[in-house]
Design a protein around this ligand. Structure first.
Ligand code: SAH
Ligand code: SF4
Length: 443
């Protein structure tokens, strides 16, 4: 009888860094002969790659893992794996261990390369394996691992791992370890191969790409000289390390995106200091002014936290003031979530949850006010767009511009998805712009 191929269901929570780990995990599974399914009922292995950045991310994972008990009862051979950032935190690792005895394999962010070996060992012994080493051991770079990418057009390329910034609210340095930068030649080689394979969009990843130890401006410049039409996004930029030199390189480049994701977190200098962010509101505004001067079409997005311990009404109003001054195109907004083990977890936090929620809604209104018609500045402009698939709102196609903006458009003679086209923008919506094709093909 023919052997049935084993099927894996894998799900990644959280940031793009976790997504690249997920692609490596899928790469290893494929190499071990697994196929993939989106249906948990037919899976032989179910894996959750978890996120620990906020409490609600953890709650979702606990819910998802908890529901697996039914699958495990139905299929005794099912293998359940939980990995990623949550596992790296002592309290959640302990909770997983005690609450979910049916989880077979648990491993942290720094040992993902050992996954095949752990899985083999588990299959032989059927004994639960938990591998979480101490934080100071997290030095791995995970080079030369198999990768199973989700997209043919786009690829994520990590430039660095970990983080040394220790923003006082953030768990990342504890679960991802010390900051370590990848070798520039390895990165450039990887990107050249991806472009040869037909990839059109590269996302460079790091918790703070501006502190890339071999020089981020130089790396971007070198990537820009690789032949072919493609585009390079990068995240995340940290305001304290974003230099004018980097903005100049981007302004003079052909392929580096004109989208800057620059998390500000707060508009109060007092709170920024308590957060250990290393810049002031004035410095932040100066940086974005310079970026807008050098790159007029740039789009600017940010992250903001409301209700940091000790934040008062006056601090919060300074955040509103900053939003009005900075005129972000959009923002990812969060209510502060206490993370055990971080510095901020020990600060007094007298403002109630209800009040923080009221502030949060107030902030969303102000963001709406400033970003509601922000895209109208692109009407009449021509944006170069990578066609990625089907459009919305009565348009046949959709893609993103160099500014990272979603562009929906119609075109009678589109050759294929993955083509670059020039689009004259006719209309601005809240989350996208609409236009028509003026030019096909290469630049
Ligand atoms: N390295 C990136 C982002 C890391 S996490 C940076 O420094 O910008 C992504 C976002 O989650 C952060 O920018 C922050 O706004 C938010 N975040 C991180 N920890 C948080 C916490 N404890 N509570 C609420 N939001 C948090
Ligand atoms: Fe967290 Fe700050 Fe590092 Fe970003 S820079 S990952 S917010 S510690």
């Amino acid at each position: 009888m023919e052997n049935k191929q084993l099927l894996a269901f894998t799900r990644t929570f959280g940031c793009r860094g976790n997504v690249t780990d997920g692609e490596k995990i899928n790469g290893m599974l494929a190499k071990m002969g697994y196929g993939f399914t989106r249906n948990q009922d037919e899976a032989d292995l179910i894996l959750f790659n978890t996120c620990a950045v906020r409490e609600n991310a953890e709650t979702r994972v606990f819910g998802n893992v908890g529901s697996l008990i039914h699958h495990k009862r139905r299929n005794r051979d099912l293998i359940v794996v939980v990995c990623g950032c949550m596992v790296q935190k002592e309290d959640t690792a302990e909770k997983l261990r005690q609450t979910f005895p049916f989880v077979d394999l648990v491993f942290g962010t720094h040992v993902i390369h050992k996954f095949p070996e752990m899985l083999e060992r588990f299959k032989e012994t059927r004994k639960r394996i938990i591998d979480i080493s101490e934080n100071h051991e997290i030095t791995e770079m995970f080079e030369n691992m198999p990768v199973r990418r989700e997209s043919k057009l786009k690829a994520d390329v990590p430039v660095m791992y970990g983080c040394d910034n220790y923003c006082s609210y953030c768990v990342v340095p504890y679960v991802r370890g010390r900051e370590r930068s990848r070798n520039p030649d390895v990165i450039l080689g990887e990107i050249r191969d991806l472009i040869t394979d037909g990839v059109k969009e590269i996302m460079l990843l790091g918790q703070n790409v501006n502190s890339y130890s071999h020089g981020f401006p130089r790396l971007l410049h070198e990537i820009d000289t690789i032949p072919g039409e493609f585009r390079v996004f990068y995240m995340t930029s940290h305001p304290k390390d974003l230099s004018h030199e980097l903005i100049d390189v981007i302004a003079d480049s052909k392929k580096i995106s004109h989208h800057l994701h620059l998390p500000v977190q707060s508009g109060s200098n007092r709170i920024l200091q308590l957060m250990n962010r290393g810049y002031t509101v004035e410095q932040y505004l100066e940086t974005i002014d310079y970026a807008r001067k050098r790159i007029p079409k740039i789009s600017l997005t940010t992250d903001i936290i409301v209700g940091f311990p000790g934040e008062n009404r006056a601090d919060f109003e300074k955040t509103l003031e900053l939003i009005r001054k900075a005129r972000f195109d959009s923002a990812y907004t969060f209510i502060y979530s206490k993370r055990d083990g971080t510095k901020a977890a020990n600060l007094p936090d007298p403002i109630s949850k209800e009040e923080k929620s009221t502030w949060f809604s107030e902030m969303l209104d102000v963001l709406d006010e400033v970003s509601g018609d922000a895209y109208s500045r692109y009407v009449g402009e021509t944006l170069r767009v990578l066609c990625e698939g089907e459009g919305r709102a009565g348009c046949a196609y959709s893609g993103r511009s160099r500014e990272g903006i979603i562009v929906d458009f119609n075109c009678d003679n589109m050759n294929n998805i993955g083509e670059f086209v020039d689009i004259k923008i006719k209309e601005a919506l809240k989350w996208a712009v609409k236009g028509t094709v003026t030019k096909h093909g290469s630049n």
